[in-house]
Design a protein around this ligand. Structure first.
Ligand code: COA
Length: 734
């Protein structure tokens, strides 16, 4: 097929895209692959901003371009490149699970089979299907900013465009498996050292790279035979002749990766690269890729990818808004949270001042920061010079005047309304106009703090999760008077710090903690009714959490939430007290730090041991409360916790305190380590079904009383159908 009619001969206006649906449907290939001939070199430019993900029509456009160049006697060589700042960041994530008329497998095969030399010219990202296309080209040149990788594993997939077969032939099976299982990105220099690219060129921007690529293609135009990666055997020969190769390859794979189906399938494919023909290997890759594409695990991981990006979108924000970045920051309070936030700023290259009122507290905080960095260097995750650079960005100060010129200030002082109000009144006096006035409070009404200032529009929440330098969630809390500009700048600040940001309205506990509290309550109450900590922990580990909630609580310390419960009980006569953890704390069982908590610990050992003393305490509490203990099935344990949270999340959406059901998922994934292969709380809930959940919640409402009152929104979805993850907050957070 000659496709000249289907490809614009003249360059299409960069960035011009048809109005495809949100899923990238109905897109016309003519817009995505431009074709031109310069000095006998055909240049095919793939154009789908922002990252040139392979939308429907792009592979077809690429193949048509190759065909056209092959048929044109005036063309001696071909260049494939991406418009804008990137080559191709992979298949369009939204297209998985849908029928694709042309696969990456086919378009990559067409590139490799071409009788004229094809050069991939790589700038920015060449990931997944992008790198697979590049591997099928005969030559690869890259700019210094190129990033190369096969991240499909993060979506529960394996490379499906011949990558599992060509990568081992180019860099050897062991390294190929490592790249596929880790999904990590290589720099151009690393790619050059490994033979993944042929040369690194000094080119800044599309035009410069295009010129260099045309020159390079001209130089290799006459070279024959064409270097086809699929035909190479030199890097796999040793493995092919080694009967112990399959076993040694398996041994090289991290056990954690092989727990996932995608990991096991990747291993099988890489093994086949050395032990079978290219065609057999590609056929195996295709079969296993198809299986993965339709797996629950991959569906959940793909959803998680989209949910966390969707969470960053602000309904009502001007489309052309370019919020100013935060170039300097201040943190008030050098406690655990304050220190963690300061580290997160410093890690992202932002200079930060840490303010404390006493020299001792300041020194304690700065020492905590130094210790954290020193541990990283000791573990090998950070170099000494990088640590010095980060520490150089952190400065301790004791006067408010010393932070006045910062672009943003985050207050992380003790959770007491009067103290917070005092801090905000002081900030109002000293901070430069336009500075972001942010609070890391986990529960206090944003407007109460805003009211202490003369600029309530500049006040918002930036709620980080402990440890703030590790956990990726930044819950951006919007008070009723927070301006859109403040919201946009705070979201950008969080994102620039490497966090996943999502918006919450101002309410007790905001969205993340508020939706999680019922889960924590139910697991404590199930103890009184007869469940055991070790059983609950086992159920949650089987569900996918790395550790059970009680084992985690022993690490974080049972005393952390103790004061909060006391405060809530004092403020609310209907508050249902959690007697078991309170009693453990009263007995001095605060977790690992005291050698006992929910479990008992041997000196110098962190292995939890079931402790009959805990069972006794639980039994005593149950007797005192007149509760008859019974046994729990694993299913009931799981549902009792998670259904309670699903119901609360629906209530939050009902009240308009979150934009989307999927934002709850982004928060649970990055704030609480919810198993990513389950997608998130609401995604998981949809797998159970809103009607099933509503029925059970209603039954528990009858059995346990008001705390289980079904959310009206849950009832609505149960009755009318639909997905909980697609729910939208009925009003903007206020
Ligand atoms: N398919 C569809 N859209 C993609 C995409 C893909 N493979 N990769 C990125 N995008 C979109 C994002 O959704 C985002 O869109 P938005 O601005 O409308 O939210 C935009 O490109 C920028 O991505 P983002 O992740 O916000 O930017 P980043 O610079 O932090 O990271 C990547 C860029 C490419 C590293 C990251 O997006 C990524 O890992 N993408 C997936 C790559 C992948 O898995 N490829 C293999 C599939 S075969």
């Amino acid at each position: 097929m000659i496709a000249s009619a289907r490809i614009a001969a003249a360059p299409v206006r960069p960035g011009c895209r048809p109005a495809g649906g949100p899923n990238g449907d109905n897109m016309d290939q003519r817009e995505f692959a431009r074709y031109e001939v310069v000095d006998g070199v055909a240049v095919i430019t793939l154009d789908n901003p922002p990252v040139n993900a392979l939308a429907p029509g792009m592979r077809e456009g690429l193949m048509a371009g190759v065909e056209r160049a092959a048929a044109d006697a005036a063309v001696t060589a071909i260049v494939v490149m991406g418009a804008g700042a990137h080559f191709v960041a992979g298949a369009d994530v939204r297209q998985f699970g849908k029928v694709r008329p042309v696969s990456t497998r086919a378009s990559a095969a067409a590139l490799e089979a071409c009788a004229k030399p094809v050069t991939a010219a790589i700038d920015g990202y060449a990931l997944g299907g992008g790198l697979e296309h590049a591997l099928a080209c005969h030559y690869r040149i890259a700019t210094a900013r190129a990033r190369l990788g096969v991240p499909e594993i993060k979506l529960g997939l394996i490379p499906g465009g011949g990558g599992t077969q060509r990568l081992p032939r180019l860099v050897g099976p062991e390294l190929a498996l490592d790249l596929i299982l880790s999904g990590r990105q290589l720099t151009a220099a690393q790619g050059l050292a490994l033979g993944l690219v042929d040369t690194v060129v000094d080119a800044d921007g599309y035009e410069a790279l295009r010129a260099q690529a045309i020159a390079y293609a001209g130089q290799v135009a006459a070279v024959r035979p064409l270097p086809r990666v699929g035909e190479r055997t030199d890097r796999i020969a040793a493995a092919t002749s080694d009967p112990a190769f399959p076993a040694s390859l398996r041994k090289a794979a991290p056990a954690k990766s092989l727990k996932l189906l995608a990991g096991r399938h990747a291993l099988a494919c890489v093994e086949a690269a050395a032990t079978a023909t290219l065609d057999e290997g590609i056929a195996l890759e295709q079969a296993l890729f198809n299986e993965l594409e339709n797996s629950d695990e991959s569906r959940a991981l793909r959803y998680a990818f989209s949910a966390e990006r969707e969470a960053a979108k602000l309904p009502g924000a001007p489309v052309d808004a370019r919020p100013d970045p935060v170039r300097s920051a201040a943190v008030i309070g050098a406690g655990t949270m304050g220190s963690g936030i300061a580290i997160a700023f410093a890690d992202s290259g932002v200079p930060v001042r840490v303010l404390e009122s006493s020299a001792e507290a300041l020194e304690r905080g700065l020492q905590r920061i130094r210790d954290t960095y020193a541990t990283r260097v000791k573990r090998g995750s950070l170099s000494q010079p990088a640590m010095d650079e980060c520490l150089g960005r952190i400065r301790g100060v004791m006067q408010y005047e010393d932070i006045a010129d910062c672009d943003a200030v985050i207050e992380a002082v003790f959770e007491r309304v009067d103290i917070k109000q005092e801090v905000f009144a002081r900030l109002d006096q000293v901070m430069k106009p336009g500075a972001l006035l942010l609070t890391n409070s986990s529960a206090i009404d944003i407007d109460v703090m805003a009211a202490a200032t003369g600029r309530p529009g500049d006040v918002a929440g930036a709620h980080f999760f402990a440890p703030a330098n590790v956990m990726k969630l930044c819950e951006v809390v919007r008070g009723p008077r927070t301006s859109m500009d403040t919201l946009m700048r705070t979201m950008k600040m969080g994102r620039d710090m490497g966090k996943t940001c999502a918006v919450a309205g101002s309410c007790d506990g905001f969205v993340a903690n508020r939706s999680r509290t019922p889960m924590m309550t139910e697991l404590m109450l199930m103890l009184e009714e007869g469940a055991r900590p070790e059983q609950i922990d086992r159920v949650m580990v089987a569900f996918g959490y790395p550790m059970g909630p009680f084992a985690v609580n022993d690490i974080s310390g049972l005393d952390v939430s103790y004061e909060g419960r006391k405060r809530r009980a004092a403020a609310n006569p209907d508050y249902r007290k959690l007697h078991v953890p309170d009693r453990l704390v009263d007995m001095g069982r605060k977790g690992q730090k005291t050698g006992a908590g929910w479990y008992r610990y041997e000196r110098g050992d962190r292995t939890p041991h079931v402790d009959p003393a805990v069972e006794d305490i639980i039994g005593t509490v149950a007797r005192e409360l007149g509760i008859t203990q019974r046994s729990f099935s694993d299913e009931e344990i799981l549902q009792r916790q998670l259904f309670a949270s699903v119901n609360e999340a629906c209530r939050i959406l009902e009240e308009g305190k979150a934009y989307r059901g999927s934002d709850v998922d982004a928060m649970w994934l990055h704030g609480f380590g919810f198993p990513r292969h389950r997608g998130g709380l609401m995604f998981w809930a949809d797998s159970v079904g809103a009607a099933t959940i509503y029925r059970q919640v209603s039954q528990w409402h009858e059995a346990y009383g008001p705390r289980w009152k079904p959310s009206a929104l849950l009832a609505k979805v149960a009755a009318e159908g639909g997905q909980l993850r697609e729910l939208r907050g009925q009003a903007e957070p206020a």
